[in-house]
Design a protein around this ligand. Sequence first.
Ligand SMILES: Cc1cc2nc3c(=O)[nH]c(=O)nc-3n(C[C@H](O)[C@H](O)[C@H](O)COP(=O)(O)O)c2cc1C
Length: 176
Amino acid sequence: MKKIIVLGGSNSKKSINKTLAIYAANKIGNAKIIVADLNDFDLPLFGVDTEIENGIPKDAQRLNKLLASADGLVISLAEHNGSYATAFKNAFDWLSRINQKVWKNKPMLLMATSLGARGGETVLQSAKMSFPYLGGNIIADFSLPSFNDNFSEKGITNEELKTDLNQKIQLLQKAI
Ligand SMILES: Cc1cc2nc3c(=O)[nH]c(=O)nc-3n(C[C@H](O)[C@H](O)[C@H](O)COP(=O)(O)O)c2cc1C
């Protein structure tokens, strides 16, 4: 059985990105899904002085180990002002101080969703550019626009978007 780490790039308790990432990961066959909730990792605000004074936080090491144990990653990024949500960027920066290959070449489905019509496309593009330099092995990417219009408790309601995501999940399945 393959181990999939699911990460919502947000610390919102009701994160729509966490919801989307869990939904997508649950469609992967023969997989054990482990959700890495950023709220469960106690990470001070990254700064080079904090790092010199206190070293790398234990929870950054813990998150790093969790990522290292994965066969595949399903990540969905929240977009705040066109960029990463603070909690995600903070974790990302700490992780990069442990190992520059943050994503460890694990096959990754990279997504974003937002309440707006662009579906977090800006942060998604940014991650698509930078992750490959940080050990990112992006197998497929997907953006879900207007989350409230396209997602219900049954999952993605728009057939075209649903088919698109299902095909991308199949690509990840083949890669893990
Ligand atoms: C500070 C802040 C900035 C935001 N900036 C954007 C943005 O640039 N683009 C966008 O589509 N939505 C933006 N939003 C709305 C988010 O898409 C929405 O809050 C979404 O629920 C975030 O994902 P999450 O629920 O996974 O945290 C912003 C929200 C906040 C709180």
